[in-house]
Design a protein around this ligand. Structure first.
Ligand code: CA
Ligand code: CA
Length: 221
């Protein structure tokens, strides 16, 4: 086959060479005809090639979209489950794990002591306020968590002696109270800030004294 093919090729070359010599042209007729045909067909070939590539691209993109659509529900479900777990474990937010949840509110118990005004500033830096005690359940919760250590609360008569005010504007006169017997006594005429003393009962002390403190903020929506 190879030998026969080689003979045919040599014959063709010889024929083309003879033609070139006869006509004085520089290109064999069959080669020239082939090139002319190819140049005529070239635009059509390019169009078909581009169409084929376009279809292929569309099929690939369609496959990717379908694949993502199928993945999405499982990813959403996984995220939803993770959020539920986080909400159950950390209702005040997974990034606020030092905050404790109680009855719709979040509470921060300091591990360092500070003056009343510094404590107030620290709470505000955390987008919260010193705690306001509205009722006995909240008092009991705070009492159990403060474990007998002194903690500042958001109650002061600094602006007007004897006129106690909660820092969130809650009415002092009509609201819950838990003063220690004989308190507030404004001892030495210099006690204007309230704290939970000893077993949780309240006492007024100098605002410049140092104690731990409790901040509170609403449950994140
Ligand atoms: Ca006072
Ligand atoms: Ca006192």
């Amino acid at each position: 086959m190879f030998i026969l093919g080689g003979v045919a090729y040599e014959q063709q070359v010889s024929t083309d060479q003879e033609h070139l010599e006869e006509t004085g042209t520089t290109m064999a007729p069959r080669t020239r005809d082939s090139l002319i045909s190819w140049w005529k067909l070239k635009p059509h070939c390019l169009v078909y090639l581009l169409l084929a590539l376009s279809y292929l691209l569309i099929i690939i993109l369609f496959g990717i979209v379908i694949s993502n659509e199928l993945k999405l529900p499982s990813e959403v479900k996984k995220l939803h489950t993770q959020l539920q777990i986080n909400n159950e474990l950390f209702p005040c937010g997974s990034r606020s794990r030092e905050w404790e949840y109680f009855h719709g509110g979040c509470y921060f118990f300091s591990v360092q002591d500070a003056t009343w005004h510094t404590a107030k500033d620290h709470c505000e830096e955390k987008n919260s306020t010193l705690v306001v005690i509205h009722d006995l359940p909240k008092q009991n919760f705070l009492q159990s968590r403060t474990r007998g250590h002194r903690h500042w609360i958001g109650l002061t008569d600094e602006n007007n002696e004897g006129q106690w005010r909660w820092i969130d504007g809650t009415s002092y006169r009509t609201s819950f109270k838990n003063w220690k017997t004989g308190e507030p006594n404004n001892y030495d005429r210099g006690e204007d800030c309230a704290l939970m003393d000893g077993p949780g009962i309240w006492n007024d002390m100098s605002c410049n004294s140092k104690a731990f403190y409790v901040c509170e903020k609403p449950l994140p929506s």
